[in-house]
Design a protein around this ligand. Structure first.
Ligand SMILES: Cc1ncc(COP(=O)(O)O)c(C=O)c1O
Length: 405
C-alpha cells in the first residue's frame, strides 16, 4: 500500500499555510478545516443564501437541494438505510440530549435501568441523569480494568440487569481507547436493550457502517470531522426515531397546528424544528466528500506511526505518567508530569506554540476513577507530522526540567 502523503494533505489547510509555527495537538477538541469546507460554506453565503424547504424562489430551491444533498452524503458515508434516518442537529451534545429526552418520555418507566460506562463524556452522562432523576430511572456504570480498558466481564454482568438503554462512546475522548462497539452492540441487543453510540471521536477514526454495526443510534459532531462547528448528526433507525418525543418544537416539525390539536411532520423533519444550520450541513458534506478522496487505511497507519513515535519518546522522559494505553488507541494520549498541575504543563507547551488541552476533558467521573486531578491531552490528526511529535516531546522534556527542578 502506498504511504500517506502528509505534506499534500496538510497543504489543504490554510491554517498551517499561514501559521506553520503551530503544532496543533488539540484535535479531539476540534479539528482544522480544509479549504474545500471553507469554500463550500463561503460559496453558500455568497451565492445561494436562503432558507430551506419553504421558499418559492430559485435561491431557496437551490439551498434546499444542497441541504438535502448533504443529508444524502452523510447517509451514504455511514451507510444508513434511509435518508430520513439522518437528523441534522447542532452536534453530539444536542443529539444525545434529544435521545435521552425523547426516550425518557416514551420508552423508559420508573424503575427501568440504563447502562453507561465510566469513561463517558459529560454529554453522555448528564442528559440521562437529568431525566433519570425526574423519571425514577436507574443508571448503572461499567467500570474499567486496571489498564483503563472497559471491563467487558462487568459489562456482561450488568447487562443481566436488563437495561432498557445502553449508551457508550466509540472512542474515549480522554484516553483514546477504541471500544469494542460491535461486540457491545451484539451483547446489548441480546438482552433487548436500545443501543446508543457516542461517535464524537469515533467518526474521524473510522467510517462507521450503520447497517453492519446495527446500533439503534449513532451521534457525532461535524467539527470533529473537519467540518464546521454547530452542525452534527443524530442517526437513528426509523423505528427508534419514531419513538423519540421531539425536544424542540416549532416550525418545520409540524404537519398542522391549531389550538385544539397539533399534528407532526414525517421524519426527518419532525426532529428538526426551526431553521437548520444550512451552511453547516453543506460544509459537513464538503468535508466528507473531500475526506473520501483519501485512503482511510493509510491515514490510520500514519496516525499509528505518530502514536508509536510519541510513546517511544514519552517512555524515555522521566516523570511522565501516561494514562492512555498504546494498544487499541485512536491517537489520543492523556498524560501528566509527576504530580504537577496539568494547566502548568499545557502553558509551558503553549509558550512554544504547541496546542494541547488540559483539565478533566468533560469526563470528571473518569478522573475520579483514575484518581488524578486532570491531565494534558495530546490528540493527533492526519495532518500532524513526525516533526510535530518531536517538537512536543522536546517541549515536554523541557517542561519536566522546569517543573521538577
Ligand atoms: C466523546 C465525546 N462525546 C461528546 C462530545 C460533545 O461534542 P460537542 O461538544 O461537539 O457536542 C465530545 C466533545 O468533545 C466528545 O469527545
Amino acid at each position: 500500500m502506498p504511504t500517506f502523503d502528509v505534506q499534500q494533505f496538510r497543504q489543504q489547510f490554510a491554517f498551517f499555510q499561514q501559521q506553520p509555527e503551530w503544532v496543533y495537538l488539540d484535535n479531539a477538541a476540534t479539528m482544522h478545516k480544509p479549504q474545500a469546507v471553507i469554500d463550500a460554506v463561503t460559496q453558500f453565503y455568497q451565492q445561494y443564501n436562503s432558507n430551506v424547504h419553504r421558499g418559492a424562489h430559485q435561491l431557496s430551491q437551490r439551498a434546499t437541494t444542497l441541504f438535502e444533498q448533504a443529508r444524502s452524503t452523510v447517509a451514504s458515508y455511514i451507510n444508513a438505510q434511509h435518508l430520513h434516518e439522518i437528523i441534522f442537529c447542532s452536534g453530539a451534545t444536542a443529539a444525545l440530549n434529544q435521545i435521552a429526552f425523547g426516550l425518557m418520555h416514551t420508552v423508559l418507566r420508573p424503575g427501568d435501568r440504563i447502562l453507561l460506562t465510566q469513561l463517558e463524556h459529560h454529554a453522555n452522562i448528564v442528559p440521562w441523569q437529568l431525566h433519570c432523576q425526574r423519571f425514577g430511572v436507574i443508571i448503572d456504570v461499567v467500570p474499567l480494568t486496571p489498564d483503563h480498558q472497559l471491563d467487558m466481564a462487568a459489562y456482561q454482568q450488568l447487562l443481566q440487569l436488563k437495561p432498557k438503554v445502553v449508551s457508550f462512546s466509540h472512542i474515549s475522548n480522554v484516553l483514546g481507547h477504541i471500544q469494542p462497539v460491535a461486540d457491545m452492540v451484539t451483547l446489548a441487543k441480546a438482552v433487548g436493550a436500545i443501543t446508543v453510540i457516542d461517535g464524537a471521536q469515533g467518526i474521524v477514526y473510522q467510517q462507521p457502517d450503520m447497517q453492519q454495526l446495527d446500533c439503534d443510534f449513532y451521534v457525532f459532531s461535524g467539527h470533529k470531522l473537519y467540518g464546521p462547528t454547530g452542525i452534527g448528526v443524530l442517526y437513528g433507525k426509523t423505528e427508534q426515531l419514531a419513538r423519540l418525543t421531539p425536544i424542540f418544537a416549532g416550525g418545520e416539525m409540524i404537519d398542522s397546528v391549531s389550538f385544539i390539536n397539533t399534528t407532526f411532520n414525517k421524519l426527518p423533519f419532525r426532529l428538526e424544528a426551526g431553521t437548520p444550520n444550512i451552511a453547516g450541513a453543506i460544509g459537513l458534506s464538503a468535508a466528507i466528500e473531500w475526506l473520501q478522496k483519501y485512503n482511510n487505511q493509510q491515514i490510520v497507519q500514519h496516525k499509528s506511526l505518530l502514536l508509536k513515535e510519541f510513546y517511544t519518546g514519552l517512555t524515555a522522559i522521566k516523570a511522565i505518567d501516561i494514562l492512555s494505553s498504546s494498544v487499541h488507541n485512536a491517537g489520543i494520549v492523556a498524560l501528566n508530569v509527576d504530580s504537577e498541575h496539568p494547566a502548568d504543563v499545557a502553558e509551558l507547551l503553549n509558550q512554544q506554540q504547541i496546542a494541547v488541552r488540559s483539565g478533566q476533558h468533560c469526563a470528571m467521573p473518569l478522573f475520579s476513577y483514575l484518581a488524578r486531578p486532570g491531565a494534558i491531552r495530546c490528540s493527533f490528526a492526519a495532518y500532524n507530522t513526525l516533526d510535530d511529535v518531536n517538537r512536543c516531546l522536546l517541549a515536554l522534556e523541557q517542561a519536566v526540567e522546569i517543573l521538577t527542578a
